[in-house]
Design a protein. Structure first.
Length: 174
């Protein structure tokens, strides 16, 4: 059955969350990186990377395309799964909003397939990939609100004051 998930905003570190699934702002190599990706692999341990390598050796030989999502174990995180998704790099010349929206939609679709009821998201693309925070927050909130899902709680985990403020404004505006 799908109902509207409740949207929860928290400030903090996504690797501290107790949820069914933690979403990773990954890159298409699936082999780790900085930001959220680095924190998840550091804290979650080598089991996550081992599954990512297996995915690369199989179905995702060319990498995970931008806007798509795939799940692995959550290793030592206080969660059952990590859902890896690849956000678009911000571009001044090209509107990549649909790709960013797709990350949220596809992650929720994978969460539904897994049976996850609580999902923690970071502000995808707003760090190393350079997406302006206000616009990233608007896309995140509008997309989650308009996606059919059985997920009961979507928790946005915001790393700093600016991110928290942008998401709070986006919730009020939606
Ligand atoms: N918990 C919650 N949010 C965080 C954390 C954390 N531990 N660490 C950073 N943030 P980013 P992207 C915030 O750079 O922009 C990696 O190298 C951060 O302040 O993690 O999608 C990947 O491998 C920002 O607001 O992801 C890719 O190559 C948001 O999370 C690339 O970075 C996203 O920042 C992906 O870049």
């Amino acid at each position: 059955m799908s109902t509207e998930p409740s949207l929860v905003l928290v400030s903090g570190d996504i690797t501290d969350q107790h949820v069914d699934a933690v979403v990773n702002a990954a890159n298409s190599s699936l082999l780790g990186g900085g930001g959220v990706d680095g924190a998840i692999h550091r804290r979650g341990g080598p089991e996550i990377l081992a599954e990512c390598r297996a995915l690369k050796a199989g179905h995702y030989g060319k990498g995970l395309p931008t806007g798509k999502a795939v799940a692995t174990t959550a290793g030592r995180l206080d969660a059952r799964w990590v859902i890896h998704t690849v956000g678009p790099v911000w571009s001044r010349d090209e509107d990549r909003s649909e790709s960013l929206a797709s990350c949220y939609r596809e992650s929720l679709r994978v969460a539904d397939e897994l049976g996850a009821r609580t999902v923690a998201f970071p502000a995808i693309s707003t760090g190393i990939y350079g997406w302006p925070m206000d616009d990233g927050a608007r896309i995140a909130i509008e997309t989650v609100r308009s996606t059919e899902t059985s997920v009961e709680e979507v928790r946005f985990v915001l790393f700093d004051e600016e991110a928290y403020r942008a998401f709070a404004l986006a919730v009020r505006a939606s």
